[in-house]
Ligand binder design. Structure first.
Ligand code: FMN
Length: 294
């Protein structure tokens, strides 16, 4: 099973991601392709310097196929200029951020109902063979879309992409629609049906520990469990950077991971990382505000 540290805008800089031992995958926060194409300084946020044991993803937001080709070209230029950033495993398309600014321009979860558009964007991204491609979805833009089962139309199309191209490697589902507040209880009633699709699913939302994962997996029909590729954690990971090690000790039943750290040790590691690759001020500010250890 894979253990993904969630993309966290203005938080997931290299210095932050690097403290997450036991996480198999990590992400930059969401980056607008329009900004990456037009603004030089946005590339600082692609800080994919080496992290032992983690597959690193860039998360992007776009609704324009043409931006993908442009971005992939610029990405290669960036890697040539900064070869130490050449540790990118994959690119994930964001169809999940609930920001009205994003939805109003047809991006993020506004794309869930537009399966042809999503497939066209993914096909553009899949024209290269260097990076894996994934997608992060919500259950729909709102309750109406959930009732209209828009996500299932999209999953059907994604199944075709997964058969066509081995570089399409995962579908992360944040189990809420985009109008639901972060404090609302998660409703996993669609999990079993979603996992019946022939797609590698990463489950996201409200996961805190190994017991939560076992409960979710236990609610899936045995024949569908093979489609669960992993889980993703955001807020609990911000609280407890050792959560992946704690979970893996219980689920993998191995003690290959490091000793659990106290909050002071975590802070110290983060500060050391910041000396190597200093994050932008807004990242430092958000991390300080949103975590108990910084
Ligand atoms: C501070 C913060 C920033 C976030 N930024 C992003 C982002 O850039 N891209 C994204 O797909 N999701 C983003 N999310 C959502 C998380 O990736 C995740 O889907 C959500 O928090 C649910 O998982 P959790 O219950 O484990 O926190 C963000 C969440 C938080 C709390």
């Amino acid at each position: 099973m894979e253990f993904h540290l969630a993309p966290l805008e203005n938080v997931s800089c290299w210095a932050f991601r690097k403290i997450y031992r036991g996480a198999s995958d990590s992400y930059t926060g969401m980056l607008s392709l329009t900004n990456l194409i037009k603004r030089k300084n946005t590339w600082d946020e692609i800080d994919t310097f080496k992290i032992e044991g983690q597959k690193q993803w860039i998360q992007i937001a776009t609704s324009k196929e043409v931006e993908c080709d442009n971005f992939l070209k610029k990405l290669e230029e960036e890697i040539k200029k900064n070869p130490e950033k050449n540790n990118i495993y994959g690119i994930q398309l964001n169809c999940s951020c609930p920001s009205p600014g994003l939805i109003n321009i047809g991006q993020g979860p506004a794309l869930i109902k537009r399966s042809t558009k999503v497939i066209n964007i993914l096909r553009e991204l899949l024209k290269q063979d260097k990076y894996k491609i994934g997608i992060k979805l919500r259950l729909g833009l709102n309750e109406i879309e959930v009732k209209q089962r828009k996500i299932f139309t999209l999953l059907k199309e994604l199944e075709k992409i997964a058969i066509e191209n081995k570089n399409f490697t995962n579908v992360t589902i944040h189990f809420k629609h985009a109008q639901e507040s972060s404090s609302k209880e998660y409703n996993y009633s669609l999990l079993n049906e979603i996992s019946s699709y022939n797609l590698p699913i990463i489950i996201n939302g409200g996961i805190r520990n190994a017991e939560d994962i076992q409960k979710l997996i236990g609610s899936i029909d045995p024949q569908n469990i093979k489609n669960i590729k992993g889980i993703m954690i955001g807020r609990e990971a911000m609280k407890n950077p050792d959560c992946f090690m704690e979970i893996r000790k219980k689920l993998d039943k191995v003690n290959q991971f490091f000793a659990i750290r106290n909050l002071k040790e975590i802070k110290g590691e983060f500060e050391d990382n910041c000396k190597i690759h200093t994050p932008k001020h807004n990242y430092l500010k958000t991390i300080k505000e949103r975590t108990p250890w910084a």
